[in-house]
Design a protein around this ligand. Structure first.
Ligand code: GLU
Length: 462
């Protein structure tokens, strides 16, 4: 067991965008550190130089920043630690926990073939494990292999999976240093986690077998094994492994969909973790409640509809001025009416599931005359309805106090006098003023527009 402050890390390989599974792993690691007042670190696992890209690194950093998952130190770039990884490989060689293997690629291929033919998983057969290094062919390239224990078993005391036992004879002698003297992933991860003081490793359960191999390396080095929590992967709503088809996009795509980071955190938190029946909560609550014991053992299902629903809840809780600013940032043409949007926000955000829906609801504020009337909205503009608008217009023109209440009183008085109901004029009024069949409350719409603009838009339809 670990004593002292908690240190967690997120260790993505920068070979693609920050996907939803990675974001959740990062969130859990971050929340765990915050809950315990510990440290959360970011390590970019860029040892695979050929597959790592700057664009992917940027996407990861951007995504983390948007999600508000702040690391406590500057990101560690794994490839920069290569010398240290090589040094540890040498230590393992010196202590007999590793050895040089001179097998040629052809010999390795033959081993694979033989295993395949015997219906066994391909594995290294230990050719150089116990061979006298003096027999090494002159000038022949070698790799360094870890001398994995062959007897007994490794136990992973996983906080999510429980105790997982893997027989040592299932784990062959893996390469820790390639023939070009570059360290491999399995060694680098162990060395970096140790050097960074990581106490808790929270990651996807696709790394469970790796944990067994890594524990062997920790033990060989006499290093303290961190606590592991292997979280079940995320599935699509149909139960199949998550793919693009299910909406498994980069985190940036969710920002572009007009989601709020706090909603994303809330939704991701519920993917595989629960706190009673709580579905909607703040990040502060999440941090206060989060623990590894409440992570589920079965894969969570990703559901875009639910995500948008959670987003709607957070939109309604969000500060109106801040929302108006966010809407204007994602829909710059609304920027000139940001102040009006802010006033209208309680109405605009009422049913919105994302920022774009707010923008759509608010777009009538900037439409230029004569405004475009959608086909659906146009249906309300019958000759009879236009005549009513014509009768209403001078009443509004005469109105001095252009505010919600007097506007509503005036329109209602007009309706009473003409023996009409609100439904007899609202659709046409909405169509004339917004060009759409859905909008905020009709009195809000009239009041939010300037008087001259309302009179003008009515004029256009009479
Ligand atoms: N770099 C690995 C990945 O992106 C994660 C390694 C780890 O978390 O230990 O899958």
């Amino acid at each position: 067991m670990v004593s002292g402050p908690v240190v967690t890390r997120f260790a993505p390989s920068p070979t693609g965008f920050l996907h939803i599974g990675g974001a959740r792993t990062a969130l859990f690691s971050w929340a765990f550190a915050r809950h315990h007042g510990g440290k959360f670190l970011l390590r970019i696992e860029d040892t695979d130089r050929a597959r790592s890209t700057d664009a992917a690194i940027e996407a990861i950093l951007d995504g983390m920043a948007w999600l508000g998952l702040d690391a406590d130190d500057a990101p560690v770039f794994q490839h920069k630690n290569a010398d240290r990884h090589i040094e540890i490989a040498q230590t393992l060689l010196a202590s007999g926990h590793a050895y040089k293997c001179y097998c040629t690629p052809e010999e390795i291929e033959a081993m694979r073939e033989a295993a395949r033919a015997a219906g066994k998983p391909p594995r290294y057969d230990g050719t150089w494990r116990d061979r006298d290094p003096a027999e090494a062919p002159d000038g022949q390239a070698y790799v360094v292999r870890f001398r994995a224990p062959q007897e007994g078993h490794v136990e992973i005391n996983d906080c999510v999976q429980g105790t997982v036992t893997i027989a040592n004879d299932q784990l062959d002698d893996l390469i820790i240093l390639r023939s070009d003297n570059t360290p491999t992933y399995m060694l680098s991860v162990v060395v970096d986690d140790h050097d960074m003081g990581v106490t808790h490793i929270i990651r996807g359960d696709d790394h469970l077998t790796n944990a067994a191999r890594q524990i062997q390396i920790y033990n060989a080095l006499g290093w303290q094994v961190p606590v592991f929590a292997h979280v079940p992967l995320i599935h699509g709503s149909d139960g199949a492994k998550l793919s693009k088809r299910h909406g498994a996009l980069g985190v940036d795509a969710y920002r572009d969909m007009g989601l709020l980071p706090e909603a994303m955190r809330n939704y991701l938190a519920r993917l595989g973790w629960s706190h009673g029946d709580d579905e909607i909560f703040t990040t502060e609550q999440f941090i206060a409640w989060f623990g590894l014991e409440a992570i589920g053992k079965s894969p969570a299902r990703f559901d875009t509809t639910k995500l948008e629903n959670v987003n709607g809840h957070h939109i309604r809780r969000h500060d109106d001025a801040a929302l108006a600013a966010l809407v204007c940032a994602s829909t710059p043409e609304l920027a000139p009416v940001q102040a009006t949007l802010e006033i209208a926000m309680p109405v605009l955000k009422e049913r919105a599931k994302n920022l774009h829906e707010i923008a759509d609801m608010g777009r009538f504020l900037i439409s230029a005359r004569p405004i475009e009337i959608s086909e659906k909205a146009a249906k309300a503009l019958t000759p009879e309805a236009r005549a009513r608008l014509g009768a209403l217009r001078p009443r509004l023109e005469a109105l001095e106090n252009w505010e919600h209440e007097p506007i509503e009183a005036e329109i209602r008085a007009f309706l009473t006098e003409h023996d009409l109901k609100l439904g007899d004029i609202a659709p046409a009024l909405r169509a004339a003023l917004t060009g759409t069949p859905v909008s905020p409350g009709i009195f809000d719409v009239v009041a939010l527009l300037e008087k001259a603009e309302v009179l003008g838009r009515l004029e256009d339809q009479i």
